[in-house]
Design a protein around this ligand. Structure first.
Ligand SMILES: Cc1ncc(C[n+]2csc(CCOP(=O)(O)OP(=O)(O)O)c2C)c(N)n1
Ligand SMILES: [Mg+2]
Length: 568
């Protein structure tokens, strides 16, 4: 039997989708049957990863897409499964993650008129007015499959949206009767379903930008996600070396520039300090950034000339957004940087002077960071020291998934990463991404060591019971290091930043403490047989990390190292 569901699976396979992260329900008999039939007949279909929690499923597809650039499929149960995708929907949207989400829908017949007609009580209860509306605000495309006859075309159209800039999640839904429809196979030429080609800068734009940068005193590039295309990192290095512009990472979601390069000036997140290099810059090129600076704490000088290159320079999904750019250009970063490098020409003495100036800043910063990497004392292991110890266990294949929250900048400062594609954050603001993302990254690169860094709060947000069950079931062992400050530090910092001298500053509790803390490693052990250790003393940390890596690499178990950093 060849049904709409068979066609759906065939479309995913043709499109190169390797995994379906699935959480099934009464809406999916046709798909479950089609999968079983394909397996029985030896037809190739994506591998199904059973995901006990939907948010974890979408986070896994998120991690996989970040490592490979390729969208995967997430299948969930009607409207409530769609809601259970939760904040991972926000993360996929904000992080520009291509992924195809499919949800079934309640049957639209109730007297057995068609195969798939209602036969369970829940199908009345799950019949809602606007299922797609639940996620529409976050999708690049949403549609309902109304006929089995063009399912493949709609899947490929959805994936075309997902993979065209600005890339992102797409949502399809289909009622049981449609997914059961017996149809004739449709043959499609995949060459006719490619994403929209990357956009280039116009010649005028190239000239405007290179003229301004060539004539600048202190040119600066600010970026956050240029490294989502790993090749764009080399293109940015080439442009900076040709122009003498330095790079400041603002809220970096990827490795955007090698940390050891003399033109690298570090990363800035929420720290309430004016960035000196940003204030000193006279020409600033913002390329691939959602938040290049936070004006109330750190901003360019009033006279700075700002240019902005982005696949979505208007930031169409952000109602309030402006950075005072005198030129905004909609273009692909890799293409644009190659154009700019080809066109830039800077006087050699000037170039040398710029590089010398920035090299001094770079070295001063490096020395200051190194001085911070001291262990700390009992039950207050300094975050800088934790990251320095993690840096020692990295190899050329390691992938870091970071959800370090109040330690984001410490992780950025002290991991000192140089390899494009070696670090990922969610790119969004909904906590709990790291566990699923680590599974996705490990599925994408089985030979790599995957290390997830998270806060204790983020660990709990990640649905660790589900994450660690999946990780054992599908043999995707990874290491988690928890920066355990016994609660949510960030909401406390947020409150004190607005009310530094208020009641909150004098209160005994701000309801953000996790005392007594849960046994996080114990949760992972119970759910997936993970190896675990709580580390309270600096001298125990290196040994714990080595033992944890042994568990991951040799025993092929997940490992959780719960490190007690200073209490919030
Ligand atoms: C789904 C979700 N709920 C709530 C928040 C608000 N929030 C931001 S940071 C934070 C605390 C995170 O705690 P932890 O991971 O321990 O990091 P810490 O701030 O302690 O470093 C919370 C609750 C959020 N971003 N996402
Ligand atoms: Mg915490």
């Amino acid at each position: 039997m060849y049904t709409a569901s068979s066609a759906f699976l065939e479309a995913l396979t043709e499109a190169g989708v390797s995994f379906i992260f699935a959480n099934w329900g009464s809406d999916h008999p046709a798909l479950i049957e089609a999968i079983a039939e394909a397996r029985a007949m030896g037809r190739a279909i994506p591998q199904v990863i059973t995901c006990p929690n939907e948010m974890v499923a979408l986070s896994a597809a998120h991690g996989y897409a970040q490592v490979t650039g390729r969208p995967q499929a997430v299948m969930v149960h009607v409207e409530c499964g769609t809601q259970a995708l939760a904040g991972a929907v926000h993360n996929a949207d904000k992080g520009r993650i291509p992924v195809l989400i499919f949800a079934g829908a309640s049957p639209y017949t109730q007297e057995g008129e068609m195969r798939g007609s209602r036969n369970e009580f829940i199908q009345w209860i799950q019949d809602v007015h606007d299922q797609r509306g639940i996620v529409r605000g976050y999708m690049r495309y949403d549609n309902e499959l109304r006929s089995g006859k063009n399912v493949k075309q709609l899947v490929h159209r959805a994936l075309q949206f997902a993979c065209s800039d600005p890339t992102g999640p797409v949502y399809l839904m289909g009622a049981r009767e449609v997914m059961e429809e017996v149809v004739e196979p449709v043959r499609l030429d995949m060459a006719a379903w490619t994403p929209v080609a990357p956009a280039a800068l116009s010649d005028t734009a190239v000239q405007r930008i290179v003229t301004a940068i060539a004539g600048a005193k202190k040119p600066l590039v600010v970026t956050s996600y240029v490294g989502r295309q790993p090749e764009a990192v080399a293109a940015l290095v080439a442009f900076c070396e040709a122009s003498g512009a330095a790079v400041l990472d603002s809220v970096p979601n990827y490795v955007n520039f090698p940390a050891n390069h003399p033109l690298y000036l570090g990363n800035q997140w929420n720290r309430p300090v004016q960035n000196e290099a940003l204030a000193a810059a006279d020409v600033i090129l913002v390329i691939d950034s959602d938040v290049p600076w936070i004006p109330t704490v750190s901003r360019p000088s009033d006279g700075a000339v700002i240019f902005h290159i982005d696949v979505d320079p208007l930031k169409q999904q952000m109602p309030l957004w402006y950075i005072g750019a005198v030129g905004s250009f909609k273009a692909d970063a890799l293409t644009a940087l190659r154009q700019l490098s080809a066109a830039i020409s800077v006087d050699s003495e000037l170039l040398a002077a710029r590089k010398a100036h920035y090299a001094t800043l770079h070295e001063t910063r490096e020395a200051a960071l190194a001085a911070l990497e001291v262990p700390g004392v009992d039950d207050a292991i300094k975050g800088e020291y934790v990251v320095a110890c993690i840096r020692k266990i990295l190899d050329d294949e390691t992938i870091i998934i970071s959800e370090g929250i109040s330690h984001y900048h410490t992780i950025g400062d002290h991991l000192h990463l140089t390899r494009p594609g070696s670090l990922f954050t969610s790119g969004g603001g909904s906590l709990g991404y790291h566990g699923g993302a680590a599974i996705g990254a490990k599925l994408a690169r089985p030979e790599a060591t995957v290390i997830a860094l998270c806060g204790d709060g983020s660990f709990m947000f990640s649905v660790p019971s589900s994450v660690h069950w999946i990780a054992r079931a599908y043999n995707t062992p990874f290491l988690t290091v928890i920066f355990n400050n016994r609660g949510w530090k960030s909401p406390k910092l947020s409150a004190l930043a607005v009310h530094p001298d208020g009641f909150a500053s004098r209160a005994n509790t701000l309801d953000v403490s996790f005392e007594p803390p849960a046994d996080y490693a114990g949760i992972a052990a119970a759910a997936g047989g993970a190896w675990g250790r709580i580390v309270r003393r600096p001298e125990d940390l290196e040994g714990a990390l080595v033992a944890a890596l042994h568990a991951v690499r040799v025993e092929r178990r997940c490992a959780v190292v719960d490190v007690w950093v200073p209490v919030l």
